[in-house]
Design a protein around this ligand. Structure first.
Ligand SMILES: C[S@@+](CC[C@H](N)C(=O)[O-])C[C@H]1O[C@@H](n2cnc3c(N)ncnc32)[C@H](O)[C@@H]1O
Length: 205
């Protein structure tokens, strides 16, 4: 299996990927599904949390669009790069180096939770219940959630962890109302078509 596609577990593994540059997900481009939601004004500027923000491309985009962003990742190098990106763009973001299960975010304070590529990792590591607990704790009832994750309908073995539509519905049915569950493709460096993915837009019950 190519190094870029090896499964990662724990913050040290992820930190090492950022050190070695084996980060195929880090296209440097704003995710097209996020851009569509924001440009269509499906979600207006509000108190926002991004989990697993990586090097901060999407967090910076949201801050530039007027969102009040807290962006978190447990890989310290990713956050260092994200801070530099936000500073260069002239936006203020509250960055936290923290495991998703130990965030310093007030209960029920988040109006928009954004996640590109973190939920599917927690799931693969058998930590789904911690992800659900985080959603339950920090997202305000009525708050919106956009999760972008790997799609089990992909014909390829490589790529991000894969989740089926049935699994997504089962994982979130108690906590959220699913508004949209649609297939799309992640974008790779240069804007080329990346792995098959899901965009999951939900409202916290
Ligand atoms: C596939 S990458 C996506 C990064 C970024 N969202 C992007 O689209 O470029 C997943 C990110 O989640 C972070 N991550 C994985 N598990 C985590 C956890 N338990 N707590 C915090 N961050 C985590 C990794 O460090 C990595 O930056």
């Amino acid at each position: 299996m190519p190094e870029a596609h090896k499964p990662r577990h724990g913050s040290e593994d992820w930190q090492q990927s950022y050190e070695q540059g084996t980060t195929p997900w880090d296209s440097g481009l704003v995710d097209p599904a996020l851009r569509t939601v924001i440009e269509a004004r499906e979600i207006a500027p509000c108190k926002t949390l991004e989990v697993g923000c990586g090097t901060g491309t999407n967090a910076t985009y949201l801050a530039q669009a007027g969102f009040d962003v807290t962006a978190t990742d447990f890989a310290a190098l990713a956050i260092e790069k994200a801070r530099a990106k936000a500073t260069a763009a002239g936006v203020r973001i509250d960055f936290q180096v923290a495991d998703l299960a130990e965030l310093d975010v007030p209960a029920a304070s988040v109006e928009f939770l954004f996640d590109r590529g973190c939920y599917h990792c927690l799931r693969r590591e058998g930590r789904l219940s911690e992800y659900q607990k985080m959603v339950k704790q920090v997202v305000k009832p009525g708050g919106r959630i956009l999760i972008l994750c790997g799609n089990a309908d992909s014909p390829h073995e490589y790529g991000p962890p894969k989740v089926s539509a049935t699994e997504i519905c089962s994982d979130f049915k108690k906590l959220c109302r699913i508004e949209r569950l649609a297939a799309y493709h992640f974008e790779d460096v240069g804007g080329t078509e990346g792995p098959l993915a899901w965009q999951v837009l939900m409202t916290r019950r």
